[in-house]
Design a protein around this ligand. Structure first.
Ligand code: TXA
Ligand code: MG
Length: 325
């Protein structure tokens, strides 16, 4: 299918889900809101649509995609659940949890979407519009975060348009995404392992499993088990300086709690030191500070507990030297 030269933007009005489903059915690329970040959706069973999706994102084709489905029954059509996976899905779906599971034998998802792996990442999003689109479409939708590969994820329709206007067919504007940080990815293959911290906190996962999940090691993160977890990934152009205790000349400030003084511009993730508010603001504020073109972005320390684990993970990646093309 040809890429439309113009990207259509529609509001979340009645009929939007139907329009999105029609576009997906034609092999189109549709940006849609989820509770975590905006996803760039394509028909998971259509290899050509998936190929276009990789192209639109500028994403290396070895980096597999998450298949989104409306409920656990649909998830069972494409993946094999063990007891841990059943427990996690029952507790947290719909919600910001992605499970990496063995592919089901009759799984109709394109091999390109799973990068030839014998596992598949599955998620049931908790967002009314995303679920309406999934129900209207009736097939799994693969959806990576709706940003150019290597950029920070998009949490508003405007961010999506900045990165992808003219490269995709449709953007469904459902307002800002409530969580603002991507799903937590847990592999349930052998011992449950957190491949990516995210919107569901480790402690909640441990409570449901009845034991601590394993943590993918840094080296494992760069292996095919979690190919997307490249060190420099959520990357603004401006250099980030983490755990800043003071502001240097020509730096702008990403604050948390009571802001440091002396910055030429400041955005505060949360004046009340609320981690959920900070997660929701993170990517949008990184984009805004990056656009100023300052010498650096000083980032105040953020506690590591709860959602802080995922926030610190994204900040560390955003601060890592840019090793990707
Ligand atoms: O919140 C989210 O998860 C968002 C929304 C749109 O659902 N999606 C998202 O997708 O963050 P993406 O493509 O940006 O990140 C998916 C991650 C990548 O790091 C990828 O390597 C990993 O999931 N992944 C996908 N399939 C995998 C598999 N079979 N084994 C291991 N990792 C996998
Ligand atoms: Mg992403």
């Amino acid at each position: 299918m040809q890429v439309l030269s113009k990207t259509r933007l529609i509001k979340a009005v009645p009929g939007a889900a139907h329009a999105a489903a029609e576009c997906l059915e034609r092999g189109g690329l549709v940006a849609l809101p989820t509770e975590t970040v905006y996803g760039l959706g394509a028909d998971a069973t259509n290899g050509q649509a998936v190929a276009r999706l990789y192209d639109a994102k500028g994403r290396p084709a070895f980096n597999p995609l998450i298949a989104h489905v409306p409920d656990i029954d649909a998830a069972r059509q494409i993946a094999v659940f063990n007891a841990d996976a059943e427990a996690l899905a029952a507790a947290f779906w719909p919600g910001p949890l992605t499970l990496v599971l063995p592919r089901a034998t009759a799984c109709p998802v394109s091999e390109l979407a799973t990068a030839g792996l014998d596992t598949i990442a599955v998620r049931v999003p908790d967002h009314a519009l995303a679920r309406a689109i999934l129900r209207a479409f009736g097939k799994p939708i693969v959806a990576p975060s709706a940003n150019i590969s290597g950029h920070v994820s998009a949490t508003t329709a405007a961010h999506v348009a900045t990165d992808l206007d003219g490269r995709i067919d449709l953007i469904v504007d459902g307002g800002p995404t409530p969580l603002g940080i991507e799903s937590t990815i847990v592999a349930c293959l052998d011992e449950p392992t957190i491949l990516r911290p995210g919107g569901l906190a480790r402690a909640d996962i441990a409570a449901t499993l009845g034991r601590e999940p394993a943590q993918a090691s840094e080296t494992a993160e760069q292996s095919p088990l979690a190919p997307g977890m490249l060190e420099s990934h959520y990357a603004p152009r401006t250099r980030l300086r983490l755990d800043a205790k003071s502001v240097e000349p020509d730096e702008v400030l990403l604050a948390f709690g009571t802001p440091l003084t002396g910055a030429k511009a400041t955005l505060n993730l949360s004046e009340d030191s609320d981690l959920a508010e900070a997660a929701a603001n993170l990517f949008g504020y990184l984009r805004q500070l990056d656009a100023i073109g300052a010498a650096g972005i000083a980032v105040m320390p953020i506690p590591h507990e709860g959602l802080g684990e995922a926030i610190n993970d994204r900040l560390r990646r955003a601060a890592a030297p840019k090793t990707l093309p």
